[in-house]
Design a binder for this molecule. Structure first.
Ligand code: ZN
Length: 138
C-alpha cells in the first residue's frame, strides 16, 4: 500500500452553522464546499489546509452514525483519511494482514472520492478511512 498524504481529517459537529465560522473567522480558512452525503446521512463542509482537508460532519438526522458518535463522545475528531494510490488493492492488502474492515468494497464518499473505512478495533481506536480520488488516475 502506498499512502501519499492525509487526505482529510473528519470532525463531528452538531451544527455547521456554528462550526464553520470558527474555521473561517478564527483560523482564517475558507469553506469551499458543502455537500450532503445521503447514504451516510451527513452534511459535510470542507476547508483546504495545504494538501489536507478538514471535513466537518453534521448529522442530517438521528439515525446518522455521526449523531450516535456525538451522543456517545461529544463533538470532536471522528476519523483520519489517508490517500492511497489504489484503494481496492489497499483494502485487500490490509485485510490479508488481519485488519478488520468496515467496508469490504470501496464506496462513494463526498467530493467524488472512493472511500472505505477500517475498523477502529484494528487501528488503536482511530477510525481510519482509506480514500482515492479517481480523477488522479486519469
Ligand atoms: Zn472522511
Amino acid at each position: 500500500m502506498k499512502v501519499s498524504h492525509i487526505e482529510h481529517i473528519g470532525i463531528a459537529v452538531k451544527d455547521l452553522k456554528t462550526a464553520i465560522p470558527y474555521y473561517e473567522s478564527i483560523l482564517g480558512l475558507k469553506c469551499y464546499n458543502i455537500e450532503e452525503v445521503i447514504d451516510q446521512k451527513v452534511r459535510t463542509a470542507f476547508f483546504m489546509v495545504g494538501q489536507t482537508k478538514i471535513e466537518l460532519l453534521e448529522p442530517m438526522n438521528e439515525e446518522s452514525t455521526i449523531a450516535k458518535f456525538i451522543e456517545n463522545k461529544g463533538e470532536g475528531v471522528h476519523h483520519l483519511a489517508f490517500c492511497v494510490d489504489n484503494i481496492s488493492e489497499s483494502l485487500g492488502e490490509v485485510e490479508s494482514k488481519g485488519v478488520r474492515l468496515i467496508d469490504k468494497e470501496p464506496r462513494q464518499g463526498a467530493e467524488g472520492l472512493q472511500i472505505a473505512f477500517l475498523h477502529p478495533k484494528s487501528t488503536q481506536g482511530v477510525l481510519t478511512e482509506l480514500c482515492m480520488n479517481p480523477k488522479d488516475k486519469e
